[in-house]
Design a protein around this ligand. Sequence first.
Ligand SMILES: Cc1ncc(COP(=O)(O)O)c(C=O)c1O
Length: 429
Amino acid sequence: MLARAKQSLAGGDSSTMRVLPYHLPLVADRGEGCRLWDIDGREYIDMNMAYGPLLLGHRPKAVIESVTRQISDRGSQLGFPTEITTRVAEKVKKLYPSIELLRFANSGTEAIASAVRLARTVTGRRKLILFEGNYHGWSEAVFHKYHAPVESLPERGYGPAIPGTTGMGDMDAVVVRWNNLEVFHRALEEHGDSIAAVVLEPVMGNAGLLPPREDFLPGLREATQANGSMLIFDEVITGCRVAPGGAQELYGVYPDITVVSKAIGGGYPISAFGASRELMDVIVNGPLFHGGVFSGNAVVMSAAEAVLDTLIAHGDSVYAHLNAVTDRLCDGIESIFARLGVPAFTQHVGAVASLFLTDGQVDALHEYRDVRRHCRFDRFIELQHAAQSRGVYFHPNQFEPMFPSVAHRPEDIDEALNRIEDAARCALT
Ligand SMILES: Cc1ncc(COP(=O)(O)O)c(C=O)c1O
């Protein structure tokens, strides 16, 4: 099937992340709950969950019913303002009080691109501060070489952004070490007057899961306020996943501009960027254009409404469950590798978890450079292949975290752990 796909789809699929050269082939047929089946009928416990959006699992009943109702009774796309779009915006605002006005878009990339334009418009400045290992989609302003080899990273801790792909123009951005306030302050001192925005994943999820140090987010908040630049939280991964109101709720640090996406759509293509009424006025009455034929379309809105209703009505039990199964997964993984004598450990925040295979005893990883230096990417791929063959799927790139969902029951986690243990014994010992 992949060979056939390659005759029509460049590389075999529509995202390079799904057809990397070291992927063991898997063509998916269907999913249900926390399980996935391939076209040969093999079953997997899915720890990837489509890279995070499936917070309620594959094919959650509430989402199916809401979408079905919308498309059969009203329509998928009406081309006018609709009540459902307003209702969903109100529900997003309920969870994210830092947002007074928002716009919906279709992907994280799009919403981040608009958030950056918003910051540039309101500050009248152009330059961005980005962080090593952070990914914000592939748009022109922010797609830097976020997984650069460690030897190529500037010794002083920050330097000009290198475009992440061919075909891009020069970037107007400085890339700074993640989780290091001292280096950040130096970069801000050098470039402060021209910085429109500091853009970050408040919990890093694209270099494995790296929590912010205690002083990091408050330090960025204070410095950007003093400097008159916008603080943009890319909550594409963390939104509704580390807490209903994302990392900003979890850490009590509120950005100027927020982007949310994956989990709020329950598997449908949604994103939103939002800010105070005052900032968003440049869209309402001012010069900043934002559009999109499919932005806020009713199919996606109906899926998001089902997710948000669930989180608003049952938040306590949903997050207690997510935290409990993620703890169970991480504790289980750590005891497996301790038993086998293989250096490894886990980090997690809410329902985002990373397993790191290291080159020796490491107790914590704080930044991209640490992961690059200490982690065994080759061994991780071997482990992943063995796990996939035994019916557990997580991404073969150690930088990609696992995403437990509401559909993962403790017994599913235990079954996954048994399969991972067998895989680790076979591949790594
Ligand atoms: C933190 C973060 N921001 C932005 C994006 C881009 O989102 P999309 O792939 O929907 O354009 C991603 C994608 O994984 C992401 O992880």
